[in-house]
Design a protein around this ligand. Structure first.
Ligand SMILES: [Zn+2]
Length: 94
């Protein structure tokens, strides 16, 4: 059974803080302080950095490939183009 890309990304480690993607701020994707969830009743503190995926060699080659896709003539269907752009945005954290 295939694992959706979004599920794989949830388990991805952040290059900036070393924490899991799921520990990052749900709206801003800011890194949790020290890459960890706050303990007990302490409020969660956030770094100024945002999530950035640590990619394997294969993943980095795939990212490079999709970043080089061009759609100036709209030959890639709109829904597919949106998926590509969303994937790049999620992986790069921007
Ligand atoms: Zn982080």
């Amino acid at each position: 059974m295939k694992t959706p890309l979004s599920k794989l990304l949830e388990n991805t480690i952040c290059k900036n803080c070393g924490g899991w993607k799921g520990l990052h701020h749900y709206e801003t994707m800011k890194c949790p302080r020290d890459g960890k969830e706050s303990k007990g009743l302490n409020p969660q503190l956030w770094e100024t950095t945002t999530f950035r995926a640590e990619l394997t060699y294969t993943e980095s080659k795939l990212l490079e490939a999709i970043e080089n896709l061009e759609n100036d003539d709209n030959s890639i269907p709109n829904h597919a183009w949106k998926l590509i752009q969303q994937a790049i945005k999620e992986v790069k954290g921007c």
